[in-house]
Design a protein around this ligand. Structure first.
Ligand code: ADP
Ligand code: MG
Length: 253
């Protein structure tokens, strides 16, 4: 899609868990080529929003469309195949497998068992193609030399980067990252920010949930701020920094 065209559109999304509205009437749009930050205090509904966009836990009401197509009721696998890949808030890797094998899992959209089964039943030719692509993405993120080592041996920062590589193996139009810098050291965060800037320059559109304000502010094009399930504000980093309700609710000033 041409830069600036709407890629993802969330309209009046609601997610109800029993008596709790984890997402309450939230609308926003994501345009091709941008990094959009989704921020807000713990419990604001960011991961829930991710889960309803990716089909992991669909919306109670409202509408999500991706490239003009209604994806509100599609399964996670169907949405993944349309070109929307994600990472999770907590690291989801198989530590006893190599980086290459972990990255290859990104070629599949289902749960772990499904991914593993698919991997085991691949035709040799398909497997070779997938392996080639996984290696290419590991090289793209700077992990190529470690392709044959075990994922469990990686530092947390590298595990996060491996998850990005795994998501990229699906050649996504849109990459969703849920707190990729959580638990990282300062240097690791800076490396991750450099990687995300480079991906944007290469045409990957990114929706980034992140807690670290310094990282977010220096990286994203626009921000959506959530609080108690609702959208509190939307705008450029400068606009969000100056927004009174955001300062009160999130920045604590
Ligand atoms: P964030 O990612 O912004 O920290 P979450 O989306 O994880 O917030 O959670 C938003 C709210 O929804 C929280 O109050 C959380 O406890 C609740 N919540 C999230 N997932 C579930 C679930 N599966 N069942 C019940 N409540 C949930
Ligand atoms: Mg979360």
């Amino acid at each position: 899609p041409a830069p600036g065209t709407p890629l993802l559109s969330v309209e009046h999304a609601v997610k109800q868990f029993g008596g709790l509205r984890a997402v309450n009437d939230v609308s926003f749009e994501l345009r091709a080529g941008e990094i959009l930050g989704l921020i807000g205090p713990n419990g604001a509904g960011k991961s829930t929003m991710f889960n309803l966009v990716t089909g992991v836990n669909p919306a109670t009401s409202g509408r999500v469309s991706f490239m003009g197509r209604d994806i509100t009721r599609l399964t996670a696998g169907q949405i993944h195949r349309l070109g929307l890949a994600r990472t999770f808030q907590h690291v989801h890797l198989l530590p006893e497998l190599s980086l290459l094998q972990n990255a290859m899992m990104g070629g599949y959209a289902r749960g772990r068992a499904g991914m593993l089964a698919s991997l085991l039943h691949l035709e040799r030719r398909e497997e070779a193609a997938l392996q080639h692509e996984a290696l290419r993405q590991l090289e793209r993120v700077g992990l190529g030399e470690l392709a044959h080592t075990l994922a469990g041996n990686l530092a947390l920062g590298q595990q996060r980067v491996l998850e990005v590589a795994r998501a990229l193996v699906a050649d996504p139009t849109l990459l969703l990252l849920d707190e990729p810098a959580a638990g990282l050291r300062y240097g690791e965060k800076m490396d991750l920010a450099d990687l995300l800037r480079r991906l944007r320059a290469e045409g990957v559109t990114i929706l980034l949930v992140e807690h670290d304000m310094d990282l977010v502010m220096g990286l994203v094009d626009r921000l959506v701020v959530m609080n108690y399930g609702e959208k509190l504000a939307e705008g450029s980093p400068a606009e969000i920094r100056a927004h009174p309700a955001v300062r009160e609710a999130y920045l604590g000033v």
